[in-house]
Design a protein around this ligand. Structure first.
Ligand code: PSU
Ligand code: MN
Length: 313
């Protein structure tokens, strides 16, 4: 069996992922921008490996997605992961940049948007990340809205995340997700999570508490030919969240600093995440790591339930 796009020469798969895709073993896509731009070194490599381990422990196969020397890698060997975690020339790459980086034989860390696109091309349905991109707080002036939202409006991927990053305008992002036909379900609660915080303060109509219920929704989406994405928002337990007062203070500081340093465009998110990690002396890093690990764990359980559902049909 030839895997999708393998003949183009632009895709390569690890043996583990290629066998899983051929045999119907559940696979979970993982993004690489978190590794290159979202977490500091050397923790980024440690977290990337831990996340892959969690997915395997649940009986699914992790497919971390990135581009190396112009080729898309679906699944990264440890040495490849190391390159994404340590090279300085890895470009944070959204869908629009993929072809340019590829033609220039570059290294790309894929965002939620680009990872969703590539996962969809190769037939991976479930994807885990930390927090989605969304509408930035000053969007009224800057028009800064993440391409993650447009991508999710066009791709039938199920993405597990802890809501949108709390550095964003959460209310505006939820409105945009509605406009863009992206489904939103909160896992085990009705309160939309706030990334570092368990609760963003926004109520969501749909709540599911079991991976098999989520797999039922995925099956219904296939049956109904829904072509947009589904967000599974997974809140942190309250005992794990960042102290909300610390969070609010550090955020106000970070937004001011970004403004005075004229940080704009795709540099804003990495700048603010890095500011959090420094200003909280690593506390936000512990929380961010827990977020990613828990989301990968839930995504793996959803992928397993979904593949059971597919083999029953
Ligand atoms: N979640 C994290 N850390 C990150 C990101 C998400 O916990 O670094 C990345 C994702 O790759 C997401 C990107 O797609 O930030 C959004 O960037 P922007 O706001 O520039 O669209
Ligand atoms: Mn942006």
């Amino acid at each position: 069996m030839i895997l999708p796009n393998q003949e183009s020469g632009l895709f390569s798969y690890t043996d583990e992922v290629s066998q899983a895709l051929k045999s119907g073993t559940p696979v979970v896509a993982l993004e690489s921008t978190i590794i290159s731009h979202g977490l500091p070194r050397p923790e980024n490599m440690r977290v990337a490996l831990e996340v892959e381990g969690i997915v395997r422990s649940r009986g699914a196969v992790p497919a971390t997605i990135a581009m190396l020397e112009g080729r898309v890698h679906i699944g990264l060997k440890e040495a490849d992961l190391e390159q994404i975690a340590t090279r300085d020339d890895v470009v944070k790459t959204s869908i629009r940049d993929l072809a340019t980086v590829s033609a220039r034989k570059g290294f790309a860390a894929t965002t939620v948007a680009a990872t969703s696109h590539l996962a969809n091309v190769v037939g991976i349905e479930v994807f885990a990340t930390g927090g989605l991109g969304g509408v930035h707080r000053h969007a009224r002036e800057s028009w800064d809205e993440s391409a993650d939202l447009t991508a999710l409006s066009q791709l039938p991927i199920t993405i597990v995340c802890s809501g949108v990053k709390s550095i964003l305008d959460v209310g505006a992002t939820l409105e945009r997700l509605e406009t863009l036909n992206v489904g939103v379900v909160v896992y085990g609660s009705h309160q939309f999570p706030g990334f570092y915080l368990s609760d963003s303060g926004f109520y969501v109509d749909w709540s599911l508490a079991d991976p098999s219920e989520i797999a039922d929704v995925m099956a219904a989406r296939r049956g109904l030919a829904i072509t947009s994405g589904l967000v599974i928002a997974n809140p942190l337990p309250i005992t794990s969240q960042l102290d909300p007062d610390v969070h609010d203070q550090v955020l106000v500081q970070g937004l001011k600093l970004a403004d005075s340093k004229k940080i704009a465009g795709k540099d804003v998110t990495p700048f603010l995440l890095d500011h959090f990690h420094r200003a909280t002396h690593g506390q936000s890093l512990v929380v961010n790591t827990e977020i990613i690990v828990r989301n990968a764990d839930l995504a793996a359980r959803i992928a397993v339930a979904n593949s059971r559902e597919m083999t029953q049909v």
